[in-house]
Each structure stands twice: as structure tokens, then as C-alpha cells.
Design a protein around this ligand. Sequence first.
Ligand SMILES: *Cc1c(COP(=O)(O)O)cnc(C)c1O
Length: 471
Amino acid sequence: MQYVSTRGRAPTLPFDDALLAGLARDGGLYVPAVWPLFSRDDIRALRGLPYAEVALRVMAPFVGGTIPAGDLRRIVEETYAGFGHDAVAPLKQLDGGLWLMELFHGPTLAFKDYAMQVLARLFDHVLAARGERVTIVGATSGDTGAAAIEACRDREAIDCFILFPKGRVSPVQQRQMTTVVAANVHAVAVEGTFDDCQDLVKAAFADDGFRDGYSLSAVNSINWARIMPQIAYYFWAAASLGAPDRPVSFAVPTGNFGNVYSAYAARQMGLPVEALVIGTNANDILARFLDSGAMEMRGVEATLSPSMDIQISSNFERLLFDLLDRDGAAVDRTMASFRQSGSYTIGAERLARATALFQGAACDDACTVATIRDIHARTGELVDPHTAVGLHAAQVTAGHRDATVPTVALACAHPAKFAVALERAVGAPAPLPPRMADLLERPERLTSIAADLSALKALVAGRVGARGAAA
Ligand SMILES: *Cc1c(COP(=O)(O)O)cnc(C)c1O
């Protein structure tokens, strides 16, 4: 399998090179040159298989021959064996045709574990084969950093530094980063805001000597290997509910568009997906786009569902590439004008193609709290604020879908991660799962630095240097 850039000018790469590259050199995102196709019999054969086996069958065509089959199997089996539920991604019926798929059984209790755990192992495997190592540097306001630290712990070829704004992440999110005991991962509290953390990461990547000297790398959601493992749970859910003989719809709380794009990918591969419902919080650029065909940037508002507080959805460029008939030059022009003017439009015919599959609805904080409360009262389930946004979107758009087709809403994080929203909705936080009940008592290990590039460089040099000397 070869990967092409959405902007058409970067070299075409095999899987392992696209994995290590992340962003394409022309600023585009890598997508498969062709979609591997699953026949109806292939999909039927997934029914009843263990999750890891489904994931392996879905991922294998994307990896091609770049990783030996036995190694890929080991990576995938080892990943999901570490999850906290035998089913890995259990489905629960809420009422009639509405289902919940729980994607919070990984080590950091959010869906990002499902891909990040695979990505880090793939990185380690490819780097070891090449005799190389990388230093991952990233900034986080919550879920991504915790997932990255858990995924990178004890990986031989990776050192990982995650920057977070001191005193500005929730206690659960902070402990998930600072209580991991491994010599190669570092939770770094920065004196400043999340923007300061991001600026610091950008400055590090812009410093050629530092970037090349330490082989800096990122694990952000534009990496194709963050998308690929997520495709698996859409096949898993659909096959469990009767695909290919019965279609299914999905409702996905959406920020960067990585998760819902994975559902789109599953459909391109032959999965009978009837509709994809996008839930957004008050940062509703995608919902407005589906109404108007205009993608218009606005300022970011802080909400109860912080992992969806985005100004633009970077992975949307992958869908845009298909909507523009895979014309990289057209994507390049569109993104250039977006950068310049803060908006672009796609025209009625292309919008109609998008809305034939995608539906959208926004849910602000008051709506999020009301939805958590309502779902709890009706079903007894406690859902996190991101999940509530998706459930709200599923409910208000239901009249536009075939009532006989089940809708699977994605539960993207465990409700215990978002105590403030849960307290507001039902008067108390949700308890942590038993295997993590002592999280807030575990000893923390973190380093504080000023929001200053020289401080970050000194820290990386000290820690990576020490590890290199010990090896
Ligand atoms: C990251 C995240 C999202 C948004 O997912 P995208 O792939 O960025 O659209 C939604 N909910 C939770 C809990 C998340 O961690």
C-alpha cells in the first residue's frame, strides 16, 4: 500500500515511511492511494471474532509488507490484551435503535488509547529495525498527552516529553501523566497556558539543530497510524449488529475529525454505513459547514468537553481531498485561501455529496449538562461530556434517518475524567474504574520549567543524554 499527500506534491510513501513522517513535506496529510476493499463475505467473517483479530484484519492491508505479519499480530494482540474489558469495545443498548460503544477501556480511559497504543509500538518496531531512535515532544491540554505517555512508556527507541500548562489540567488528567513510572517518559509542567506549551513545541521543531540533533517527532492526530487502528472499531460494531446484512449509523463527538474520518474510511472500504452524525460543542465550525458549505474559522471557546475545543479540524483535509476528487492542487489552493482569509466554500454539488452521508448538530455546555442528566435518568448510564455531545446529535437528527437502522453513539471517554461536568449534571463525580481507584493517591513525578525554549532544550539534553549513556 502506498500513501499520497492530500496536497499532491510530496513523494508517495510506503506505510513505514508515512508512519515516521507524520505530516507530508508539502504540508498535506497522507492517505492511502487506494482503499482496500472488504467484500460482504469478508465482513460477515468478522462476526464473533475477538477484537484484536478484527483489528488485525482491518489493519493488515494498510501496513502491507512493511512489517512482518507475525510482528504485526504480536503488536496488535499485545495492545488490546492490556485493556480493561474483555470485549475491548463493548456495545450497550440504550433504547430501541440507539447503542453506545464504550471506547474508554484503555489505560487512560479515552478512545485515543485504541490508536496511540498501536502507533507507539509500530514506531518502536520500525525504528528498531532501522537502528534509529526519536524524541517525541508534544503539548497537551488533556487526553492526548496522557495517551501518549502511556503508549510510549518503556518503548526502547522512543523518549517522550509531554508539556502541559501547570495547574490548568484536571487532577485525573494530570495524574495520568505524572504517575507513570518509566525512565523514557517525562511529564513537563510549563509555567504558562496551553498556548505557551504549543508555542514552545513549535519553537522546538523550528530549531533545526535541536530538531535534527534529537530526531524530534510528533504523535499528533494527523499521523495516518492514528487513523488506521480506529477504523477497526467501526467494523467491529457494525459486524456485531449484523453487517453486512444490516447497515448501521454512527454518532461521533468531533474535534479534529480524526475519529469520524476513521468511520468514513470504513465505509470507503465497503462497510455498509448509512449515516455519520457529527456532534460538536459550542465550537461548531463543522456543524455550520454542513448547514452552509462554508468552513469559517472563529475564536475557540473553552467548554466542558475540552478535547473538542478546536478552531479548525485538521483531519477534515482528508475528506476534502475526496470531495475535490483527489485533486491535490485544488486542496492546496483551498487550504492556502483558508489560511489567508479564514474561510472557504465547497459549492452546492460537493456539499450535497457530503451531506448525503454526514449529519451534524451542536450542543453547548447547557445542552451537554442536560443531556448527561437526561441519559442518566432514562437509562442509568453516566456519560462523559464529549459522549453527551454525540448522543445529543444522534437524538436531534434521528428523524432524518431510517428508523430501522441502528445508530451507535461513541462513548469516547470515561465519565470519571470529567468531574466538573458530572457534578453539574447529576450532583456527583463518576467513580474511577477499580483498577485505577487509587490514581489520585499515587506518587507524582514531574518536572517544572519556564515557558522558554532554552529550558526545554536543557531538559531534553539532560534526560536523553543520561539514557543514551546508560544504554
Ligand atoms: C480527542 C477526543 C475527541 C475528538 O476526537 P477527534 O478525533 O479529534 O475528532 C472527542 N472526545 C474525546 C473524549 C477525545 O479525547
